[in-house]
Design a protein around this ligand. Structure first.
Ligand code: KIV
Length: 289
């Protein structure tokens, strides 16, 4: 690996902001978002031209190996947000507030939200839930921190939901989700993630709202889309939700690369001459004499 740091190359120097999100909704231009947890991935995503990067608490499952997102801490999130912020500048950077960092009180929520911007270079925060989160959202927004909501399958409530299950499939549940989306909009959210809900319902909610919706497992009628990067790259193989499209099969590709490396080491085919550091004969003679 090269030891010389290179400045990130970006095809777009224009910063994407919450205002850009709003403009894109008005112009019916879809918003692209991906999750990232490290410097290199963030840099590649920026070069590819993604609109927004979410440092999701899915970190807990796809990077840290937990069964759920619940064990993820503020320190985990800030650590990975800082790495992402070093890798990408122009996409809108959103830090996901982890379990118990915003549920205890609006004041605690504000303090923790502030850390994402002040310490970790994020532009906005995301938190899960509807009605019960309104006071926290209002307080965070009143401090000038943009908040993205998250409705439908909210993974931090996995035990209350009885597993990672689709939501809003009954008419009453759909009505409830629409009301909650409107409440989040009125509380000042600049955008809302809709996760694992029927496509028809997500399209309806997206049309009713003035702020953009970002869908994951919510069909093509949302104003934008997000995927967990480890899912779309085929890197996380514990399970793949039905709504994921795989754009690569990195689990298989990496296994193959690791196997070739091990074979090369065992056969002494690596390192070859071009991987070795030179020493002149003159210096070598001095050394052995
Ligand atoms: O944590 C995460 O990656 C998320 C996305 C699934 C929206 O919340």
């Amino acid at each position: 690996m090269s030891t010389t740091p290179t400045a990130p190359k970006s095809p777009r120097c224009k910063k994407i902001t919450t205002y850009t999100f709003q403009e894109k909704k008005k112009k019916h231009e879809p918003i692209s978002m991906l999750t990232a947890y490290d410097y290199s991935s963030a840099q590649i995503m920026e070069q590819a031209g993604v609109d927004s990067i979410l440092v999701g608490d899915s970190l807990g499952m796809v990077v840290l190996g937990y069964e759920t997102t619940l064990p993820v801490t503020m320190n985990d999130m800030l650590h990975h947000c800082k790495a992402v912020a070093r890798g990408a500048k122009s996409p809108l950077l959103i830090g996901d507030m982890p379990f118990m960092s915003y549920q205890t009180s609006p004041q605690e929520a504000l303090r923790n939200a502030g850390r994402f911007l002040q310490e970790a270079g994020m532009d906005a925060v995301k938190l899960e839930g509807g009605r019960a989160r309104l006071d926290a959202i209002r307080l965070i927004v009143s401090a000038g921190i943009p908040v993205m909501g998250h409705l439908g399958l909210t993974p931090q409530s996995v035990h209350q939901l009885g597993g990672f299950r689709a939501q809003g499939k009954l008419a009453t549940a759909g009505q409830h989700l629409l009301e909650e989306a409107q409440l989040l909009q009125n509380a000042g959210c600049f955008s809302i993630v809709l996760e694992a809900i029927p496509a028809k319902l997500a399209t309806y909610i997206s049309k009713e709202l003035e702020i953009p919706t970002i869908g994951i497992g919510a069909g093509a009628g949302c104003d934008g889309q997000v995927l967990v990067t480890h899912d779309m790259l085929g890197l996380f193989d514990r399970f793949t939700p039905l709504f994921v499209k795989k754009y690569a099969e990195l689990h298989g590709d990496l296994t193959q690369a690791f196997k070739e490396y091990i074979k090369d080491v065992e056969n002494r085919d690596f390192p070859a001459e071009e991987h070795c550091i030179e020493m002149t004969n003159e210096e070598w003679d001095k050394f052995i004499s």
